[in-house]
Design a protein around this ligand. Structure first.
Ligand SMILES: [Zn+2]
Ligand SMILES: [Zn+2]
Length: 149
């Protein structure tokens, strides 16, 4: 699922505001990284994004990609995920419904799922404890269909 052009505009507005507030300048390299990231799919490590970016501009350093991804996640435009393999993976936070993940510990396949019933039960648990949930993530680890064979 890729980000629509309306969502892209919204995203650019949010990012611009975030950067202006912090006195950050948008650079050509940074814009390139952001453009490519939102065109890619899946749950991407800095290395994944970097190798895509280098096809367009070999001068971009991995440190610049790292800082840009950090910026996107601080601005709330990307989710930084940690699936237990020591790699931080990023996925767009705009243009997506909330979803959770099944992670195969053998081959690394990541399956996304949404389940209204689980969401409602989480809300009920929180309510029972007088707890206000601001975010959550559910990650189920195990073996995918292929790896069970
Ligand atoms: Zn697997
Ligand atoms: Zn996901």
């Amino acid at each position: 699922m890729s980000v629509s052009s309306a969502q892209r505009e919204e995203l650019e507005r949010l990012l611009e505001r975030y950067m202006t507030e912090r006195g950050l300048k948008s650079t050509r390299q940074r814009s390139l990284i952001i453009d490519l990231f939102f065109d890619m799919h899946g749950h991407l490590s800095v290395e994944d994004v970097w190798s895509r970016v280098r096809q367009d501009d070999p001068r971009v350093s991995v440190a610049t990609v790292y800082r840009t991804m950090k910026l996107l996640s601080e601005a709330g435009l990307a989710h930084a995920r940690n699936f237990g393999d020591g790699q931080t993976r990023f996925e767009p936070a705009v243009g997506r419904e909330h979803h959770d993940h099944l992670i195969c510990t053998r081959c690394g396949t990541i399956i996304e799922f949404e389940n209204d019933q689980i969401e409602r039960m989480q809300d009920a648990v929180a309510r029972r404890h007088g707890f206000k949930v601001t975010s959550h993530k559910m990650e189920l680890y195990g073996l995918c269909k292929n790896c069970q064979k």
